[in-house]
Design a protein around this ligand. Structure first.
Ligand code: F3S
Length: 283
């Protein structure tokens, strides 16, 4: 049986880097306490494993204020400036795993805010990444997530604005919302800050699924990016299976397939992908 594993399966560069940093801290800690600001990744297996190794999750600034020693790891989504300020004031060691693509947005909005531009963040206002960016762009900021908000957005004619995007926002929707805002009479600076890791993963999955007899999509049942991958692959290949781990798969179902494809969502660790790959190949 031929098995094709997507190159983009699993963690994106930023998430991998963040998870690696926590494990590295565990190795180097000399018994010092390690914290992550929010779960490092939305994957129960990884979070449980880190907990077993003594890593604790800090969920708010209030909790952080009570921590007076140890290392705090900032996850790939990034945080606002106040989190760094609290950690510094409490003498904590900061291990910054903010994805460089997100850091770039923090720098852009800080600079453009200082240039007197009103900042528009296109994204989901409840997402931690957007809240982090918001913390660098100051009070003169608007978050726009849909068409209605874009249409309602209003400043004085000729106002200077700078538009950035959440890294995982849908590109076509971003373009559409920018178009709506561009029709108003502002002096606009648009910076497309969407990261194409998600787009690349989806197009590779689609291509593989179109050329195999069976397709396996690995990821958490609640993971929206895995659900999307499943949807995309199902359209191309009718024998598409959605599993969380190897245990969910009855390998006998692959009996009549001569070529099997495997992909995985952004929060699926490599060892789970490897385990599925090895067993499908052996089968
Ligand atoms: Fe991942 Fe960083 Fe892009 S966290 S999705 S590589 S912005």
């Amino acid at each position: 049986m031929k098995v094709i594993v997507a190159k983009t399966a699993g963690f994106c560069f930023g998430v991998k880097r963040a998870v690696d940093k926590v494990y590295q801290q565990i190795n180097d800690s000399n018994g010092e306490k390690i914290y992550t600001y929010g779960p490092i990744i939305h994957n129960e297996e990884v979070v449980k494993d880190l907990e077993k190794k003594g890593v604790e999750i800090i969920n708010s600034k209030e909790e952080l204020k009570n921590i007076k020693s140890g290392t705090i790891v900032i996850r790939s989504h990034g945080v606002d400036k106040e989190v760094y300020d609290i950690a510094h004031a409490n003498g904590l060691k900061i291990e910054d795993a903010t994805c460089p693509f997100v850091l770039k947005i923090h720098k852009i909005v800080e600079k453009e805010k200082n240039n007197g531009r009103h900042i528009v963040i296109i994204g989901n206002k409840d997402h931690p990444e957007v809240q982090g960016i918001r913390g660098w762009s100051g009070d003169d900021t608007t978050i726009i997530g849909d068409e209605e908000e874009a249409r309602k957005f209003e400043l004085k004619d000729g106002s200077k604005i700078c538009i950035v995007s959440q890294t995982t926002f849908n590109y076509n929707k971003f373009k559409y919302l920018v178009e709506i805002i561009s029709k108003k009479r502002y002096d606009i600076n648009v910076l497309d800050t969407i990261c194409n890791a998600t787009h690349e993963r989806q197009s590779e999955a689609k291509e593989i699924a179109a050329n195999v007899d069976s397709m396996i999509v690995i990821g958490g049942k609640k993971s929206s990016n895995t659900q999307k991958l499943y949807e995309i692959c199902s359209k191309e290949c009718k024998n598409t299976y959605y599993i969380q781990t190897l245990e969910d798969m009855d390998l006998c179902e692959l009996q009549s397939s001569s070529c099997v494809g495997i992909t995985a969502g952004a929060s699926t660790p490599n060892n789970i992908i490897e385990e599925v790959h090895t067993n499908v190949r052996k089968f």
